[in-house]
Design a protein around this ligand. Structure first.
Ligand code: FAD
Length: 291
């Protein structure tokens, strides 16, 4: 199923993101994460590509197949292109089609110092390639605070528009911690003529270790309100977990009230995080649907 249709049926689409486990990605481990997530009935589940880990035996496409066939939930397969040849991508697309995987998040990927040869420069090149291949619904990434490589938010929106025009039917955002950044971005995107649904990416901060990683993600601001929580509850795992869930819940409540098309939750393979957030917001999602 084309997940773009969800945005016509629901006021607020709610989805999860998982990654292939780094080392032990046996079917048992993967299903240990997916089973409780599936029980929360998200609208779809996306699976990262090359990002959270690649060493395990089950890869992105295998996990997408399990999500679809075992749990009856629509998967969104992430796919990067920066180090790929067109022939490799075509072969991969043939495999996805054979597996009945209909939705692809088309990404460039992060640059490395010694990149492999590639036929693609930007995500929009991959979008055009998939569109010409045919038969897939294509999603794109966007950055409420601007992509870290781009010299200006205006230029970033200009580039984003080119990506959407190449064939993207909805956008999933980078994580952010200040909803005003998202609302401001959405307004600028609409003013530029980008009219596809934009889903807000939310990552609850529940572990000390996450914080350094997020600071390393250039361009993602940590508001004072969140810094205070980290300063107070860092090193106290249970307190930080509760505070991080409360912060993310408040962000989502505000996003739904502000008319966000959807919320994409970075669950970090933690069903306990997904469960707490889903329980906190399920009536808000229902109000979104009924309106
Ligand atoms: P692009 O859309 O190509 O943009 C990259 C940069 O190029 C931007 O600065 C943009 O303004 C600029 N640009 C775009 N088009 C043009 C043009 N025509 N001319 C000049 N400049 C241009 N990474 C992974 O490795 N695996 C994942 O699974 C993964 N999942 C992600 C999921 C989401 C929701 C997000 C937001 C990011 C994800 N990433 C993932 C990270 C992503 O690969 C990086 O952020 C990467 O640096 C940019 O990818 P992109 O697809 O947004 O690139």
């Amino acid at each position: 199923m084309d997940i773009r249709k969800l945005f016509d049926q629901k006021r607020c689409v709610f989805s999860f993101e998982v990654f292939p486990p780094k080392t032990d990605s046996s079917a048992d481990t993967v299903c240990g994460v997916l089973s409780p997530l599936a029980a929360l009935a998200p609208d779809y589940i996306s699976v990262t590509y090359g990002a959270g880990g690649t060493g395990g035996n089950l890869k992105t496409q295998d996990i997408c197949r399990i999500i679809k066939n075992r749990y009856g939930i629509e998967p969104l397969m992430h796919l990067t292109c920066l180090e790929s040849r067109a022939a490799e991508i075509a072969e991969l697309l043939a495999g996805l089609r054979a597996d009945g995987i209909d939705n692809i998040l088309a990404l460039r990927g992060d640059r490395r110092e010694t990149p492999a040869a590639s036929d693609f420069r930007y995500a929009s090149d991959l979008v055009s390639f998939i569109k010409a291949y045919g038969g897939f619904n294509i999603v794109g990434a966007c950055y409420p605070e601007g992509h870290f490589e781009c010299d200006g938010k205006k230029r970033d929106i200009f580039n984003l528009k080119k990506k959407v025009e190449a064939g993207v039917t909805h956008l999933n955002s980078q994580l952010f911690f200040d909803d005003e950044d998202f609302f401001d971005f959405k307004e600028r995107a609409r003013a530029a003529g980008i009219d596809v649904p934009i889903q807000a990416g939310i990552m609850p901060i529940v572990r000390d270790r996450q914080i350094d990683r997020i600071i390393a993600l250039a361009g993602v601001k940590i508001p004072q309100k969140l810094s205070r929580l980290i300063a107070k509850y860092g090193g106290k795992p249970n307190a930080l977990f509760d505070a991080g869930i409360a912060y993310a819940t408040e962000q989502i409540s505000d996003l739904i009230a502000g008319g966000a098309d959807g919320v994409h939750l970075y669950v970090m393979n933690r069903p306990d995080v997904a469960e707490r957030i889903t329980n906190n917001i399920h009536t808000l999602l229902r109000i979104g649907h009924d309106n």
